[in-house]
Design a protein around this ligand. Structure first.
Ligand SMILES: [Zn+2]
Length: 129
């Protein structure tokens, strides 16, 4: 025997104030974009400029997505490999820089032409030495 218990409770239409809320979940489009970026740089190091062209995004957006990718990859066991920026003039390598965005100028020779950092996704190998 199946007993249907139809309790109709009116929950809507209350005169209470409804605050509009921003959705806490990232929009599906962003997830798709991040997956697309991840695919672009899987084992192929690319500068943000190149990613922005291929993914039809601004460089600013690319850096923001890369930040998210860096965090989510860490949990997934892969990592975002970053080839540091390098001064075109004197060859100074910005190896200690943790930020993803390229530096404005070289601290050694003040030259403003910098090789942009490259980004790639590497699977973490299971073979620990
Ligand atoms: Zn330099």
């Amino acid at each position: 025997m199946v007993a249907f218990c139809m309790q109709v409770v009116c929950t809507g239409n209350s005169p209470m104030k409804q605050r509009p809320r921003k959705p806490a979940v990232p929009r599906p489009a962003e997830e798709t974009l991040r997956r697309a970026i991840s695919e672009l740089i899987r084992d192929e190091p690319l500068p943000a400029r190149e990613i922005s062209v291929r993914a039809h995004l601004t460089e600013k957006d690319v850096y923001s997505h890369l930040e998210h990718i860096r965090h989510s990859l860490h949990a997934a066991g892969s990592r975002l490999e970053m080839t540091p920026a390098e001064c075109r003039s004197c060859g100074f390598v910005f190896s200690k820089r943790d930020r993803l965005t390229p530096p404005g100028k070289c601290p050694i020779c003040r030259c403003e032409t910098i090789f942009e950092p490259l980004f790639a996704i590497r699977e973490r190998t299971v073979h620990d030495p």
